[in-house]
Design a protein around this ligand. Structure first.
Ligand code: ATP
Length: 216
């Protein structure tokens, strides 16, 4: 998970997978160039932001020509390390965890959930979406410092103790779907996705900023 382009701003970096997916589709359909207006329409990011983002990649669109799809694709492939699969462990095979295991992310991405953990004896020893479910007691033995990313879909009350164990195992990034706010050392990256808050926030925006052009 090395990152050779530390200069790309975080907001831009977050949009990379979005651009990448769209460009792959374009390439598959035989298109060789794309304008920022077309990209904007497809990924719902305004053209000025796209132009700024792409300038960080060294891709300067030409007026009346647009961007070279092939160039952009090879840049994204390198940056996102498409060839190298990042292994992920999932914790908590409840409703949400099960959905992620069945979905897995390898279809359009360079990440793969390779193992899952739970404390429920009914779930331990089963396979969900092709992924084996182990007992949480086996965390240290199974991870052995080899897996850089964890997805947390456990109850909030279990999240911090689990996180401490993951940190001790050398985890680098945590995608936290629990409502718990996690304490981690500075070198660990946590992305928090609280679906209830996201939904509430969407409803709030719909009520208070009803303009159809308002994008969050
Ligand atoms: P379900 O309907 O299967 O209970 P849920 O998503 O509504 O799913 P939660 O209470 O959020 O249930 O628990 C999610 C999953 O996390 C469950 O499968 C539960 O057994 C598991 N779990 C609970 N505590 C831990 C823990 N400390 N470590 C790993 N998994 C845990």
């Amino acid at each position: 998970m090395s990152n050779e382009q530390p200069k790309i701003p975080q907001a831009t970096a977050k949009r990379l997978p979005l651009y990448y997916r769209f460009l792959k589709n374009l390439h598959a359909s035989g298109k060789q160039r794309v304008s920022s207006a077309e990209l904007s329409e497809a990924v719902k990011v305004d053209p000025a932001t796209i132009r700024r983002d792409f300038s960080y990649f060294g891709a300067l669109g030409k007026k009346g020509y647009g961007y070279n799809v092939h160039y952009l694709l090879s840049f994204f492939r390198q940056t996102l390390e498409e060839d190298e699969v990042t292994e992920v462990a999932l914790f908590g095979v409840g409703n949400l965890g099960t959905a992620f295991l069945n979905y897995n992310f390898s279809k359009n991405n360079n990440t793969k959930i390779v193992m899952a953990f739970d404390v429920d004896e009914q779930k331990v020893g089963t396979t969900v979406g092709g992924v084996p479910v182990y007992h949480l007691d086996e965390l240290e033995e199974r991870l052995r410092g080899d897996i850089p990313v964890a997805i947390l879909t456990v109850p909030a009350s279990a999240a911090q103790a689990l996180t401490d164990r993951l940190v001790a195992q050398g985890i680098k990034g945590i995608l936290n779907f629990t409502p718990a706010r996690l304490n981690v050392p500075d070198h660990i990256r946590v992305h928090h996705i609280d679906l209830a808050i996201e939904l509430q926030s969407l409803v709030y925006f719909l009520k208070n900023y009803p303009s159809p052009s308002a994008k969050g």
